[in-house]
Design a protein around this ligand. Structure first.
Ligand code: MRU
Length: 348
């Protein structure tokens, strides 16, 4: 496996989406071929494919495969089933706005198809999925270049969750500068939070950094403040699932606490956020829907036996909202942005 991606693709016959099953990593590199609506949606809800940009790209390919397989006899029935597929995919996960943006891009492509036939519209969806993937690849590299201007060649960094190639098209958001930096001969040392309860930091980030040849050390989430205070960390880099106009943003649960800790420790806190993760329709983070997930993720999923008494009440939000006041800078493909933030309109 190439540490830079791509982990989402169409099969040769172009009637199924192939993904590397992220739930099986790091021990098993298992590729899945998915074509039914249930299994495509299950892949998102079960986090076989996950990470904000990756969910969006996958959904666009899923729409294409579902449309191809439906063989709609006429344009009217094509539109009916297309709308149903969009609705079902949109309902899979609520927080990362990339999903909505990718589906909207496909809707727009269908509206603009000329002539408005089943064949031309279907092809327009495929081209949209490919464009989103290619663009994301370029965007991640551009963001990484911008972020490198803020870092020194032997910096010690800290990151949370997984915002690397597995969560995007290539390079990643927060991991982009680490991987691009390594290619340019920079010698970062990255501390990765294990990221309870689903351990994306341990299972995915440590795996990707190893592949990329970036020195890294895995820590329990609870060690973050100790590391920030005592291990010479020069910056915290995280990704983003949805950012509001004012810079408040949702990311994996634990990010908000980390941001507060970084501020307390005097360590810069950088958010790598492509435009596809900015929701310009919402004013602040209070408007971001937060996904709640099952109790078993906390009590039993990665343990040989349950670690809490049966029936224990569990609160398991998958994301939290970090206030813009904790952010040192936001890095998008358009550059580096400092507070006060105003993402109500896209830069020209
Ligand atoms: O629940 P997940 O694993 O999809 O959550 C992913 C994150 O929160 C990432 O940090 C986020 O998508 C960063 S941008 C790649």
């Amino acid at each position: 496996m190439d540490y830079k991606g791509l982990y989402i693709r169409l099969n040769e016959a172009r009637d199924a989406v192939e993904i590397l099953d992220q739930t099986r990593l790091p021990c098993h590199e298992t590729w899945l071929s998915l074509s039914g609506e249930d299994e495509l949606c299950e892949a998102i809800t079960s986090l076989r494919v996950r990470g904000a940009p990756a969910i969006g790209i996958f959904s666009a390919y899923a729409l294409y495969v579902l449309t191809v397989r439906r063989h709609a006899p006429d344009y009217k029935s094509f539109l009916v089933s297309f709308k149903e597929h969009c609705t079902r995919l949109l309902a899979t996960r609520p927080t990362a706005v990339n999903l909505k943006h990718a589906i909207l891009a496909c809707v727009l492509a269908v509206q603009r198809a000329n002539p408005q036939t089943v064949a031309v519209s279907t092809e327009a969806i495929r081209l949209t999925a490919e464009r989103l993937q290619t663009e994301d690849s370029e965007i991640c590299r551009t963001m990484a270049s911008h972020a490198l201007t803020l870092l020194k060649p032997s910096d010690t960094l800290l990151t949370h969750c997984n915002a690397g190639p597995l969560a995007t098209s290539r390079y990643g958001t927060a991991l982009g500068p680490m991987i691009l930096g390594a290619e340019r001969g920079m010698r970062f040392h990255v501390y990765c939070d294990e990221t309870r309860p689903l351990l994306q930091g341990a299972r995915l980030t440590a795996f990707e950094l190893r592949r990329a040849g970036v020195k890294h050390t895995l820590i329990p989430d609870s060690a973050a403040f100790d590391v920030l205070k005592n291990r010479g960390v020069s910056a915290v880099l995280v990704g983003c699932d949805r950012m509001a106009q004012n810079g408040d943003f949702a990311n994996k649960i634990g990010t908000a606490a980390l941001a507060v800790l970084a501020r307390e420790a005097g360590v810069p806190f950088y958010v790598l956020c492509p435009n596809s993760s900015i929701d310009r329709s919402i004013a602040h983070g209070g408007e971001i829907p937060i996904e709640m997930r099952g109790a078993e993720e906390v009590t039993s999923l990665y343990f040989t036996e349950p670690v809490a008494p049966a029936g224990t009440d569990v609160y398991n939000p998958a994301f939290d909202v970090t206030e813009a006041s904790c952010i040192t800078a936001v890095i998008t493909e358009d550059g580096v942005f400092y507070p006060p933030f105003d993402f109500s309109e896209k830069e020209a």
